[in-house]
Ligand binder design. Sequence first.
Ligand SMILES: CC(C)(COP(=O)(O)OP(=O)(O)OC[C@H]1O[C@@H](n2cnc3c(N)ncnc32)[C@H](O)[C@@H]1OP(=O)(O)O)[C@@H](O)C(=O)NCCC(=O)NCCS
Length: 179
Amino acid sequence: MERVIIRKGGKTSLAILVREDAPVLYRIINDPEVHKYLSSPSRIYSLVDEYEWIDNAANVFGQAINFAILENETGQTIGVIGINPLESDGKGHIGYFLSRDSWGKGYMTEALSLMMDFAFHTMNLRKIYTNVYESNVGSRKVLEKNGFRHCGTMIRNHYIPGEGYADERTYEIFNPNFQ
Ligand SMILES: CC(C)(COP(=O)(O)OP(=O)(O)OC[C@H]1O[C@@H](n2cnc3c(N)ncnc32)[C@H](O)[C@@H]1OP(=O)(O)O)[C@@H](O)C(=O)NCCC(=O)NCCS
């Protein structure tokens, strides 16, 4: 199937989500190693949840904008990255996850830079922020490598299965070209 590519990098691309992504995302998001660092670690996602999410939420402009992350080499969907412009003052909350077998290849560092380009140039957001648990070293590095600043930490803020209550860092970055 031909994908609609929104941004293309050397290793990864951001594409509009399609219903065919649902079974892949269903597998990835239910992996305990993937969802233990997400906001609802005990939630079990059904295949129907994934279809509904893609149909109703994922591509609605003006609300959350989520893209499939494709591996350029294979064309396969390997994860999701999205921005939720929750506030009316030009802020967006970013979130992302990747299939476990795609970790450690520099994919999310690149996918985040592509998403930042979309957020800053196409959406003209003023700033992007996100929350990351102290122990999620991979995600912290992804953010720091993309210029995000650690601007505060909430102590014992969220429960992570197998780890207990974790400190949670907030990271932010401003759009240098905001108009
Ligand atoms: C966090 C996550 C997105 C990282 O994606 P990734 O594509 O593996 O990250 P990259 O390969 O771009 O790695 C960036 C850096 O982090 C390091 N890194 C990646 N995973 C790591 C880990 N588990 N522990 C320590 N370092 C790690 C890499 O070695 C690299 O460092 P380097 O450039 O100095 O070599 C991925 O592990 C994931 O999806 N995790 C589960 C979901 C999640 O945590 N989402 C984010 C919630 S805030």
